[in-house]
Write a protein that binds this ligand. Sequence first.
Ligand code: TRP
Length: 331
Amino acid sequence: VSAPRSEVPRPPEPWPGAAPGEPAAEPTALAELADALAEQPPRIPSKYLYDERGSALFDRICDLPEYYPTRSELAIMEQHAAEMARALGPDATVVEYGTGTGRKTRLLLAALDRPCAYVPVDVAAEFLSAASARLAAEFPAVAVVPVWADFTRPFLLPPDVPRGRRRVAYFPGSTIGNFEPDEARALLAEMRDRVGPGGAALVGVDLRKDPRVLEAAYDDAAGVTARFNLNVLAHVNRRFGLAFDPSRFRHRAPWVDRAGRIEMRLVSTVRHEVDVAGRRYRFEPGDYILTEYSHKYRLTEFAALAQTAGWRTRRTWTDAEARFSVHLLET
Ligand code: TRP
């Protein structure tokens, strides 16, 4: 008995969007890693959190009782997507910065009045193709145009992307919070240029709150977040043939009030050394490697940041507990 042929369309071929003179979307990275580890404090770029195991662990984080951001943002989209769609108007081209599971995007596209095109931009090519194929199957009237590029670097959209009536940059997940304020401003300004006059942006922004709630969200009782953070060491070991010993580090995620952020750290428990690309890195007990920042904003703080990037805030939505927010920005 032969299985019925799958109705799922072939994933659209991602368009390589790196601007001329830019390196390919995934640059060779050992030198970059060695430089990041030489910073004070030493860093491992947060992209290494997301290998296959890391992505699976992050999916589990999103379902943890302590990790509210995903649930809160979904609740906002479920409740207010219709209002967002009305404010955005018909025939929009949505440019998404990064791709997630697509749950929020689906709510937005379903609410929009005859959206013209959906253009996800992501550095993870396979993930991008799979997510694009799913959305293309669900929204046959929408042109789905995946662009393979690192959106933190200059990139181009394919010349044949339909313009629609209005371009909308979509940036959910409070990923904006993973950037330092200056980088966040630069990225918001890039979005402003990308959508052009009359364009808009929808940005998910996690809010400042009780540090106990924040710290629990980033250090859950079941230890899933600890495994997720420590997995970055196994990933760089495998990828670059290094010898980080995960048992010599502990996950810590303190709220740093003056910086308004959670800092994801891997704290060394013993004095030891690790060699990377011919350099030797020494760790004393208590020294830590930084893997990610997660900045939290007040509504007014984020509006002020957006304003310095050339946006005005037309509306904000929050969930019932005012934990998370979605900002509609206009040029
Ligand atoms: N972008 C997510 C956030 O800031 C990433 C994240 C969640 C994360 N938990 C983490 C990163 C733990 C490192 C360690 O909420």
